[in-house]
Design a protein around this ligand. Structure first.
Ligand SMILES: NC(=O)c1ccc[n+]([C@@H]2O[C@H](COP(=O)([O-])OP(=O)(O)OC[C@H]3O[C@@H](n4cnc5c(N)ncnc54)[C@H](O)[C@@H]3O)[C@@H](O)[C@H]2O)c1
Ligand SMILES: O=P(O)(O)OC[C@H](O)CO
Length: 332
């Protein structure tokens, strides 16, 4: 019986399993492909997602999801957001009755427009207090290299947040806690959209002034959206808001930045999706977030221009969401 099981052996699931194992938790990682599980278990490597990283000997991997889940006292989920519901539908009944269920994901489900904690609650019919979300400036490869960073574990139950934060920490990864699940999850979702915009301007060739203007206005846009949906303003100034915005918009390791960069270089949405070998959650979140913003009447010029570029309705060179077209100057 494991202390923790991580479902999804991509870059983040594998890295988080390493974080847990390095913190002393007996950890099992579930990989969909048997050959990936075998490589992790036998060679201590996940060459496809974490090249150059040696995984801890204490970390076990399997492609048998039912065996992985059996009796595990905490369950961490790290599959692409659009795949979560089906996974839970097929295997959710194997999750131990009292185990906290932790989302490591940063997306909104297309169609339902639900955050990942909401998908978990709806699909598994569990109380919100059993669910936690982890978010922060967490580029997987840097953490796998044991570069020090932090995240926030958010749950409506302080007991759940504390239990998860105590397990998800070690000498290079620290977990803070908060109770603002809405803000923590939306911070992770929306920074991906700003990173797409920053990637686009980088691909076009614009420099630091343009990027800094968009990141700064991006924080205001993300905050307006999240607060309108019930988040605490303060959360957006924390690790899951500003912290993640800085990390994601500033790094070529970010898949969202990379996808944006390809758009800025002139590739179409279809070409970008075909070229991306890993999930860039922002691409699937653009439409549901735009719908959620419209429902609350939130103005989101950055999101709207990213959407136009994606749909081929705007030349990437014309992207300038921080240049307002209003006649009257608006308050910053
Ligand atoms: N990589 C990061 O730096 C990072 C950091 C924080 C959060 N996240 C979030 O974690 C989530 C997972 O991202 P990632 O970086 O690990 O992606 P990834 O592309 O590196 O890996 C995705 C994994 O999911 C698996 N998968 C795909 N479809 C599946 C399905 N239908 N059922 C089960 N497994 C499936 C793939 O085989 C792969 O192992 C995303 O929501 C992402 O935003 C990523
Ligand atoms: O690679 P990205 O763009 O999905 O970003 C990874 C993490 O979310 C950064 O915190």
């Amino acid at each position: 019986m494991a202390d923790a099981v991580v479902l999804g052996a991509g870059s983040w699931g594998t890295t988080f399993a390493k974080v847990l194992a390095d913190g002393g938790a007996e950890t099992v990682l579930w990989a969909r492909r048997p050959e990936a599980a075998r490589e992790i278990d036998e060679a201590r490597r996940n060459t496809r997602y974490l090249p150059g990283i040696t995984l801890p000997a204490a970390l076990r991997a399997t492609s048998d999801i039912r065996a992985a889940l059996a009796g595990a006292s905490q369950v961490y989920l790290a599959v692409p957001s659009q795949q979560l519901r089906q996974l839970l539908r097929e295997h959710g009944e194997a999750i131990a009755p009292e185990a906290p269920i932790v989302s490591l994901m940063k997306g909104v489900e297309a169609g339902s427009r639900l955050r990942m904690s909401e998908v978990i609650a709806q699909e598994l019919r569990v109380d919100a207090g059993r669910i936690a979300a982890v978010s922060g400036p967490n580029l997987a490869l840097e953490i796998a290299q044991q570069q020090p960073t932090a995240a926030v574990v958010s749950s409506t139950s302080a007991e759940t947040a504390r239990a998860v934060a105590k397990r998800a920490r070690n000498d290079y990864f620290h977990s803070f806690i908060n109770a603002d699940v809405i803000g923590t999850e939306f911070g992770g979702v929306l920074k991906n959209l700003v990173a797409l915009a920053i990637g686009i301007v980088d691909g076009v060739g614009y420099g630091e002034n343009t990027k800094a203007s968009i990141i700064t206005r991006g924080l205001a846009e993300v905050t307006d959206f999240a607060v309108a949906h019930g988040a605490e303003r303060e959360t957006m100034r924390g690790l899951a808001g500003l912290g993640d915005l800085i990390a994601t918009c500033g790094s070529p390791l970010s898949r969202n930045f990379t996808a944006g960069r390809l758009l800025g270089m002139g590739y179409s949405r279809t070409d970008v999706i075909a070229r991306m070998e890993q999930v860039a959650e922002g691409l699937a979140s653009v439409d549901p977030v735009a719908e959620l913003a419209a429902a609350k009447g939130v103005r989101m010029p950055i999101l709207e221009q990213v959407r136009l570029v994606l749909d081929g309705g705007m030349d990437p060179r014309d992207i300038a969401p921080h240049l307002t077209t209003d006649d009257e100057p608006i308050e910053e």
